[in-house]
Design a protein around this ligand. Sequence first.
Ligand SMILES: [Zn+2]
Length: 461
Amino acid sequence: MHIFDSHLKKKVKLEPIVPGKISMYVCGPTVYDDAHLGHARSSIVFDLLRRVLKELGYKVIFVKNFTDIDDKIINKMNQTGQSLSEITTHYIQRYKEDMRALNVLDADIEPKATETIEEIVDMVSVLLDKGYAYKLDDGIYFDTTKDKKYLTLSQKIDEDTQNRVECHFGKKDQKDFALWKFPKSDEPSYDAPFGEGRPGWHIECSCMIKKHIANEGEYQIDIHGGGADLFFPHHENEAAQTRCATDQTLSKYWMHNSFVNINGEKMSKSLGNSFFTKDALKAYDGEILRFYLLSTHYRSNFNFNEIDLLDSKKRLDKIYRLKKRVYDKKASAPQKEFKSDLLEALSDDLNISKALSVIDKMTSFANDKLDKNPKDKAFQKEIVANLELISRVLGIGLMDAYEYFQLGISKEEKEKIETLLQERDEAKKAKDYQKADKIRDELLSMDIKIMDTPKGTVWEK
Ligand SMILES: [Zn+2]
């Protein structure tokens, strides 16, 4: 497997710290609002990476956090009068619902900042003791000038950093950042030897990695991921904290996915074109959305627009049409060449366009062969196994093939069809074939074709 390491800015061979095992940490959302398409894309990208690594035989441990205490959540508390836990519980639940609809697998561990306070207080204490942090009247700050390797991760030059750091006149250097914030009035806060307060944003990830996935006695993980906007300052700061507190490197490799643009414009709330995942999910099935978001390589910016989405759906339709042709067959083993071509494409830094063309080639070949030999059972079983491989690795093609093609048909119409099918079944059982045929004709007049299969009667429009 080769991945693009954003620290080295080149493709490198993935060599895990412990052979056969991969530890991965991806920065999750701050839970004060619903997930937007940028969150969806990042989740899908790292879900794909995790699935590919597993298919390649690695034992993968995957951690994604929830930032459940932060200025934005406190603002929301003030706006709505709701408690911290009311807000965070609600948005964690909402996030999970959206991600599951996109076939994103839950992380192995999903730590929350509020459940990592003890470790955070410890690390801040160590940084203060070692002279890497100082106290101001509103919090404890990390002293970036003391860390000789600061900015070596993102390789930013000083001038680039100006507009991405919080301005504060008391700081020794404007790049210094808060490790701990003292409360204003009655904000939520926790006890600490250096003063009651709450964590700054960056410190939780360093502590969660140390707590949950660092290899025994070492604080380094294999892959740290997130959106490109997190590289500086967030990841730079995470790396600095761990380096200075533990004398170890936080992560061996760093991976970042690019942005989502909506109709050519960078998605941002200030532009009013922020697109919530839940809104997209109202219009399109989760799998169609997932397939579309997957179809652009993760390091390219994604330009979301409906025309492309419908185009990408046609490609997914092809997979489901093939799935329908082998509907009631069981899987044997996938075709060797198909499997190795697919995994080879994805092992090249998740080369998705190559992977999709391997799938296109397989579906065309399978359709041709099924046209010529419609009764070749052994071949049909291989195709089922190929489709199962696609589902496992890409997280698509998981629906019942007939249900997939019923997407977009109204609930009322579906209910009517199901009722007629039931009546037909009953008529057949009662040997009233005249009535059964009459119902079949009625369905045909609604443009509904029915097929009796060993799995029961299925229909399509
Ligand atoms: Zn983080």
